[in-house]
Ligand binder design. Structure first.
Ligand code: ATP
Ligand code: MG
Length: 230
């Protein structure tokens, strides 16, 4: 399946339980996400936020109801889903190879110039220029030099190279100090302008710049509205 034009996400009467459990994680959830819309999803630990991101990405099949992009169920898109949705979570995965190879996972054909451009956009250009082997530096070798925030920036750089229209951020700033966190949030939102963003977060810091905030409790929407309404 191939999706064209602006992408609309529809979560429609979605129920979800894990196979091995009778506990209903999501109950008759309905959410529409317009192309380019920025949504924050808040909720207590265990309320089903990450489960929802897996359903959006098509990794899980709804128990009832559906999750679609332009009327195509996400769980039938298989690997094609990665052309439309990029995910950054708490523990971005870096491969044991060069910085350049780690970035080219997003775009195999990207020139070095393009890699530098994207590193500049995420605020890592100077730091990587200073490494003796630059883009050829092994991530393994440089592992200790990459802080949590820097790993997230690399992960964002990879997604920017891929240029997908929908980005899911699942608590990407957890565990960072508040100043690093704010810097990272600013970079995310500057760079993701025009894209659809679904941002799972555990606190209200930074949600002012979102179009809509949704609170999930016991698998249902407890409250939703614009940041100023809430
Ligand atoms: P947190 O804020 O801690 O990240 P969350 O809102 O993302 O929490 P989920 O990870 O979606 O919550 O988990 C929701 C519920 O589903 C929890 O009760 C969790 O134990 C359960 N759960 C998650 N993954 C599985 C799984 N693979 N099999 C069975 N139950 C699971
Ligand atoms: Mg989670």
């Amino acid at each position: 399946e191939s999706l064209t034009g602006p992408l609309t996400i529809a979560i429609d009467h979605l129920d979800f339980s894990y196979d091995n459990s009778s506990k209903q994680i999501l109950k008759d959830l309905n959410i529409q996400i317009a192309p380019g819309e920025k949504i924050a999803i808040l909720g207590k630990s265990g309320s089903g936020k990450s489960t929802l991101t897996h359903l959006l990405h098509g990794d899980l099949e709804p128990t009832n109801g559906q999750v679609t992009i332009n009327d195509i169920k996400t769980n039938v898109l298989n690997d094609d889903i990665d052309r439309y949705i990029g995910v950054i979570n708490q523990a971005p995965y870096l491969f044991n190879t060069t910085i350049a190879n780690n970035l080219r996972i997003g775009d195999e054909a990207a020139s070095d110039d393009k890699l530098w451009d994207v590193l500049d956009r995420v605020g890592l250009k100077e730091m990587i220029q200073k490494l003796p082997n630059g883009l050829g530096t092994l991530v393994d070798e440089a592992g200790l030099r990459f802080s949590g925030g820097e790993r997230h920036r690399l992960s964002l750089a990879r997604i920017l190279l891929k240029d997908v229209p929908i980005i899911i951020l699942d608590e990407p700033t957890v565990g960072l100090d508040p100043i690093t966190e704010q810097g990272l949030i600013n970079t995310f939102f500057n760079q993701l302008e025009g894209k659809t963003v679904i941002w799972v977060t555990h606190h209200l810091q930074g949600v002012d710049s979102m179009d809509k905030v949704i609170f999930i409790e016991d698998g249902q929407i407890e409250m939703q509205g614009t940041p100023t309404e809430l």
